[in-house]
Design a protein around this ligand. Structure first.
Ligand SMILES: Cc1cc2nc3c(=O)[nH]c(=O)nc-3n(C[C@H](O)[C@H](O)[C@H](O)COP(=O)(O)OP(=O)(O)OC[C@H]3O[C@@H](n4cnc5c(N)ncnc54)[C@H](O)[C@@H]3O)c2cc1C
Length: 370
């Protein structure tokens, strides 16, 4: 099978986006021969924690080790998304059946029963639109992107300050606070020396300039640690957050995958994981057809598997995750904390919780869907 990759950018996007890679995805990266290098430029995080930001106390800690009977990788790996892109591109360059075209934007497509034409190029048998949340391919197909956009944007502040030493939190910590929650996690950076990303909700009325101002940045970081040194700040970023799923993942010979098919808020770190699961599922299915081991009817299975799973495991989970962090009602907050404590303390519930958050359950469910 010959593959052509069209990428509108000339360079890899280095802005801080996905970092948490779950056990189910690590299994897939291992299968592709990418895991060793991927893990070597990131950090292994066995635990994650929920904190009550109003009292500065730990509510519950979860330990992936309880999954050791279920996966060879009972941990998450925190490696920045741009590093995975770099590793992936290097591997593609070594494949004789793959052509990578950087700086080549897809602007239009047309299809009939025999193939798909991308403006100016000869027909392809199939096209996968994995061109992000604003997907041109999805728009060309006229597929609706159902869902909504959250009113608040998310602000990411990256700092060299070591929150682990100061707060005693682990490299993946969720801090619930009715005034302003934080999602705090560590990545290694390109120099592998380590840095922390703190994600906060920006107020609806706050402009980007206001959110980036020294005063606002200092206020937010010093709510976490009152002596946070401001010269440790290395990056600031702000972005809109959506919960949306394409009404269909396929039209004829064209498929949607990754953010082109679904977008979600990043609390729980599921978006890219789910996109990689789409890609692996679709590549395996197309390969079956290309080898003549299955008829084209098997291609319908991609949407049957991937769309409901995204809604059940990614959309619903990330909405629950966000609401848990931002909850304002004191009674509901306490009930949420009690539930987390009860889940963490009970070995059966602890494992059940991680089977879901790690997406292992969703991968197994997909395999059972004919
Ligand atoms: C702050 C933040 C934190 C996140 N954290 C996590 C996390 O911890 N774990 C997780 O799993 N997910 C996380 N995510 C989500 C994750 O970043 C996305 O799900 C992921 O980037 C989707 O990958 P993609 O390849 O589908 O889309 P994109 O990353 O958007 O890539 C699409 C590519 O298509 C190219 N393109 C666009 N249009 C065209 C065109 N017309 N022709 C050719 N090329 C085109 C773009 O240049 C781009 O390179 C996070 C997101 C954010 C914003």
């Amino acid at each position: 099978m010959h593959v052509t990759l069209y990428e509108s950018g000339r360079d890899i996007d280095h802005s801080p986006r996905a970092a948490t890679t779950h056990p189910s995805t690590l299994e897939m990266l291992a299968g592709l021969g990418l895991l060793e290098e991927f893990q070597s430029v990131g950090l292994v995080a066995r635990h994650f924690q929920f904190w009550d930001g109003t009292t500065g106390t730990l509510v519950a800690e979860f330990d992936h080790e309880v999954l050791s009977d279920e996966t060879p990788y009972p941990y998450v790996v925190q490696t920045e998304q741009h590093k995975l892109c770099e590793i992936g591109l290097r591997h593609l360059a070594a494949m004789s059946n793959v052509e990578v075209r950087l700086g080549a934007a897809v602007t239009d497509l047309a299809q009939d029963g025999r193939g798909v034409r991308l403006a100016g190029d000869p027909d392809f048998d199939y096209v996968i639109g994995c061109d992000g949340g604003r997907s041109t391919v999805r728009k060309c197909l006229g597929i609706e992107f159902e869902g909504y956009t959250w009113p608040e944007r998310f602000l990411v502040l990256t700092t060299l300050f070591d929150f682990d030493k100061a707060l005693g939190c682990c490299p993946r910590s969720y801090i619930s606070d009715p005034e302003e929650w934080t999602n705090l996690f560590k990545v290694m950076g390109d120099d592998l020396k380590g840095r922390w990303r703190a994600v906060f909700p920006a107020r609806e009325s706050e402009t980007d300039e206001e959110a980036f101002s020294e005063a606002a940045v200092e206020r937010r970081l010093r709510r976490l640690w009152r002596d946070h040194p401001m010269d440790s700040l290395v990056h600031r970023n702000i972005y809109r957050v959506h919960q949306r799923v394409a009404k269909s993942f396929r039209k004829g010979r064209v498929f949607l995958a990754g953010d082109a098919a679904h977008v979600n808020n990043p609390v729980g770190g599921l978006g890219l994981n789910c996109g990689i699961h789409d890609a692996v599922e679709l590549a395996e299915t197309l390969d079956l057809v290309a080898r003549g081991e299955a008829g084209e009817e098997v291609l319908d299975r991609y949407e049957r598997r991937r769309r409901p799973l995204n809604i059940e495991y990614v959309q619903q989970q990330t909405v629950v995750n966000k609401k848990r962090l931002e909850e304002r009602d004191p009674k509901v907050r306490q009930a949420n904390f009690d539930e987390l404590r009860r889940t963490a303390a009970d070995p059966r519930l602890h494992k059940q919780f991680l089977m879901r958050t790690s997406l292992i359950e969703s991968v197994r469910k997909a395999a059972r869907t004919a």
